[in-house]
Design a protein around this ligand. Structure first.
Ligand code: FAD
Length: 447
């Protein structure tokens, strides 16, 4: 049986994070992947999605042309061409990433499962690891309703070449918000059915209200506090039965998308065979991301549900695990000021605490909320939404959170992330010279 210092299960951000550190330290690595090297982010997530989002942005820009005195005809997005463009852009990735994996270790292609505390099996072959890293990512949450199998996932949204005329998203999380804006800009009729009272439940409530307003302005029908009962199919059309406002209702669509979030992709690993403690949702790990029941096993990336499912976080956790295997368990992951964005049009960008979290932590918080649509920079571009909430600790003058909708917030958010991470005070930010007129210079007037 071949033996390695490290067996990495999963060739995504987390697996590559582990292998980068371990390879540099001269460790022997077995790299196992059952689908595409590179994993979700470049093949079926962030990167291809952004190609679709960019097209939606173009449609948005064209819709603003009139504001500037520019006449254009009615724009039409050719969905099949957009999908082809996306495929052209990312097609080389699995091969290129497999090449990187081969430079770092021995590649095994197939599905791995545990057969012992230090052993996995792939395609009937057993491999032993002094350390084994679970970096198997996430998968869409299964919905316990009749007809759930009729739903598609983000994979099909980004690969089907026909644009559906009517789409229903079950769940109003990040994936639903992003793709609902893409579909709406492409001309589909979109409905979002969310079980909770708020879309994007973990994000600042006022920021979510701002993007909900823009979503409705685009024609997206948003319903919250919904209970979906069943989906059924007749003659290729899907019907979703749900309860809202105390009434049972139904809606028809060509496609129903699972937008109910993602769970750790670990149930096919036979964790019990490796004595890995797991409560059905999460693997028990210590602060060094090591299994509490089997010290040979480590977890990183989306498979670790205790931290946000984001690509930079998966890479960071992978590097932390790599470091701890090479140097002994001494490093803990650092999640302070990890910015993220929901790529709606425009994006909702966020870093640090929500207002509620700041209050719950007893921070003497100073809250500045600004609608910037009337400011010159927004007015020049005719943007319909430009909104910001900045949270300052009034005692220390430190930024504790920022939530931006529009206004190039997905880039501006890094100013606030740096302020939080490096303890730059609000007064110091205000003193920082910035090119004018820019959205960045506006950011100094947001608090
Ligand atoms: P993955 O990248 O999923 O890699 C896990 C790998 O393990 C997969 O390649 C899988 O095939 C393999 N695998 C699983 N089980 C086995 C097994 N038993 N044996 C062998 N191989 C196995 N994040 C952002 O930061 N920004 C975004 O804009 C963004 N957009 C997204 C859009 C979509 C539609 C989706 C689905 C996700 C998006 N994400 C985004 C999240 C991001 O893609 C993930 O956080 C990131 O890919 C997680 O990396 P990972 O290495 O943990 O898992």
């Amino acid at each position: 049986m071949p033996k390695f210092d490290i067996v990495v299960i999963g060739g995504g951000n987390a697996g590559f994070g582990v292998s980068a550190v371990a390879h540099e330290a001269g460790k022997s690595i077995a790299f196992i992947e059952e689908r595409d090297f590179g994993g979700t982010c470049p093949n079926r997530g962030c990167t291809p999605k952004k190609v679709l989002v960019a097209a939606a942005h173009s449609m948005h820009e064209i819709s603003l042309a009139k504001t500037h005195g520019i006449s254009v005809g009615t724009p039409k997005l050719d969905w099949a061409k957009l999908i082809e463009r996306k495929d052209d852009m990312i097609g080389f990735i699995p091969g290129a990433m497999k090449g990187v994996a081969e430079k770092r270790g021995t590649v095994f292609e197939g599905r791995a499962k545990f057969v012992g505390p230090n052993t996995v099996e792939v395609n009937g072959k057993r491999i032993e690891g002094e350390n084994i890293v679970i970096a198997t990512g996430s998968k869409p949450r299964a919905l316990p309703i009749p007809g759930a199998e009729l739903m598609i996932t983000s994979d099909e949204v980004m690969s089907e070449s026909e644009l559906p005329k009517e789409v229903v998203f079950i769940g109003g999380g990040v994936i639903a918000m992003e793709f609902s804006h893409v579909y709406a800009h492409a001309g589909s009729k979109v409905t979002i059915l969310e079980a909770a009272p708020q879309l994007l439940p973990r994000i600042d409530a006022d920021a979510v209200a701002a993007i909900r307003g823009q979503s409705e302005h685009l024609g997206i029908d948003v319903k919250t506090d919904v209970r979906v009962h069943e989906i059924h199919e007749e003659n290729g059309r899907l019907t979703v039965l749900y309860t809202h406002d105390g009434k049972t209702q139904q809606i028809e669509a060509d496609r129903v998308v699972n937008g109910a979030g993602r769970v750790a992709n670990v149930d096919g690993l036979d964790l019990a065979a490796a004595n890995v403690a797991h409560d059905g949702i999460k693997i028990d790990v210590d602060e060094y991301l090591r299994s509490t029941s089997n010290p040979a096993i480590w977890v990183a990336g989306d498979a670790l549900v205790q931290s946000p499912q984001l690509s930079p976080i998966a890479t960071h956790e992978g590097r932390v695990v790599g470091h701890n295997i090479v140097n002994g368990a001494e490093k803990t992951p650092d999640y302070l000021a990890s910015p993220s964005a929901v790529y709606t049009v425009p994006a909702l960008s966020t870093v640090g605490l929500t207002e509620q979290e700041a209050r719950d932590q007893g921070i003497n918080v100073r809250v500045s909320v600004n609608d910037m649509t009337g400011w010159f920079s927004s007015k020049s571009y005719g943007e319909p939404v430009a909104w910001a909430k900045v949270l300052i600790d009034a005692d220390s003058d430190k930024v504790v959170g920022a939530h931006l909708v529009g206004h190039h917030g997905e880039d501006l958010i890094h100013i606030f992330a740096m302020a939080i991470r490096f303890g730059i005070t609000a007064s110091e930010l205000k003193d920082m010279p910035m090119a004018f007129p820019t959205f960045a210079s506006d950011s100094k007037n947001l608090f």
